[in-house]
Design a binder for this molecule. Structure first.
Ligand code: NAG
Length: 396
């Protein structure tokens, strides 16, 4: 104390300032900046957590650690040109990547692939060298593709409240009397194809006249039922279709607002994007494009689930669906030309080879959910021709 008081007054005052500011040559500035806002993504997607050195400087010689809450919870560790996986948390094994190209420019962005619900939360981007340290916090919000995901695994045979496995597949056929004139239903009523020429069919009350839809003949009022729909198209990537269920009273004439409000619960694939036809539409992870889909209707619980039959991954579930005590029928919408949908007789045990215990992590996406380049190519190449825009059709 005595010594302190004996210090010249101006030095005493300086002691309140942070040391790095006082002696910058001892503490070379190392400042890390995050995105400043939460990063959001959906289960199954890949995500990039942004983080960079500010001002910009080469990060290749630094020790970069992405961690969760504690230093022992290492998501990714990079030091001196090497990725070090020894201490990495098992949950991130094989799923992380530091954008190496950016390191020399000070970018510490971390890519996490195949997001899981458990990835949700805080991440800390930390950097140190011999005499400096800084960190930035990045919040990752992982949205479930459906309200049920993470709670149950309907595609798994052991799922306690799963729909598909415990429910025998019902035989579903198409009702040609409801089919739009461009839709050709096979003689066995098990498949439907869209063609370019209208057929001469009576324009009855039950027939769709504007949108290329068809209903299943069966209607359901109670219990649980699943059926398998298979999609076939020349270019499946650029096809456009929707499958689901509808109230028996669903509107057949003119424009249809395909949403629960109008009594339709469905998922739609178009413009290389899978969506649930909620209002507004919800984008769903796409890995890969599902072409065999279980539609599972639970009249009692008022739920409709969609499950990728190839890997058992739940695509989406509508809950609290307002069936209003009406009967519910299978519903199909074929927007692309030369597209074909098949109703397959099969038991819902087919899926699951890809499921190694974790229901909430679909296979690593073959491609990122959003592919701007691809989307542009699609715009330019195909959309201009409007080969299957419903608006190109004259609706009465
Ligand atoms: C298909 O539907 C038509 C029209 O409703 C019906 O007459 C026919 O018997 C059905 N075919 C089969 C194989 O069920």
């Amino acid at each position: 104390m005595q010594r302190g008081l004996s210090l010249p007054a101006h030095l005493l005052h300086l002691h309140i300032l942070p040391l790095p500011l006082l002696f910058p040559w001892w503490f070379p500035m190392l400042t890390v900046a995050g995105p400043g806002h939460p990063v959001t993504a959906t289960v199954g997607q890949d995500v990039l957590l942004p983080c960079h050195l500010s001002p910009q400087r080469d990060a290749r010689t630094l020790d970069v650690r992405w961690i969760r809450e504690k230093f022992s919870e290492i998501v990714h560790h990079y030091r001196n040109g090497e990725d070090l996986y020894r201490e990495q948390m098992g949950a991130y094994s094989g799923r992380t990547e530091l954008a190496r190209d950016g390191l020399s420019a000070g970018s510490l962005d971390l890519r996490i692939t195949g997001l899981r619900p458990s990835d949700d939360g805080l991440y800390v981007c930390t950097v140190r060298d011999a005499d400096a340290y800084d960190e930035a916090i990045v919040k990752l919000e992982v949205a479930a593709p459906g309200p049920e995901l993470g709670k149950a695994c309907p595609g798994l045979s052991s799922a306690p409240d799963g729909l598909a496995p415990s429910v025998p597949a019902v035989k579903v056929t198409l009702d040609p009397d409801t089919a739009h004139p461009l839709l050709v239903v096979s003689p066995d009523n098990k498949s439907v194809r869209r063609q370019t020429e209208r057929q001469q069919v009576p324009d009855t009350r039950e027939r769709f006249d504007c949108w290329c839809c068809v209903l299943g003949r069966e209607d359901f009022r109670e219990g649980r039922h699943c059926w398998l729909v298979e999609v076939e198209a020349e270019q499946i990537k650029d096809s456009w279709w929707a499958v689901g269920v509808a109230r028996a009273s669903v509107e057949r004439k003119g424009w249809i607002d395909a949403s629960p409000k109008e009594g339709i619960w469905a998922v739609r694939y178009y413009e290389r994007q899978l969506m649930s036809l909620t209002w507004p539409n919800t984008r769903l992870p796409l890995s890969p494009i599902p072409t065999r889909i279980w539609v599972c209707l639970d009249c009692t619980q008022q739920q409709v689930s969609f499950i990728n039959a190839d890997n058992g991954v739940e695509i989406f579930t509508f809950t609290a669906a307002s069936f209003n005590g009406e009967s519910i029928r299978p519903w199909f919408w074929l927007v692309s030309n030369s597209l074909q949908l098949f109703l397959r007789d099969s038991t819902p045990q087919t899926p699951s080879p890809a499921l190694g215990g974790s229901c909430s992590s679909p296979d690593t996406p073959a491609s990122p959910l959003l592919d701007p380049a691809g989307a542009e190519g699609w715009d330019a190449a195909s959309r201009g021709q409007a080969p299957y825009s419903p608006w190109a059709l004259p609706c009465p």
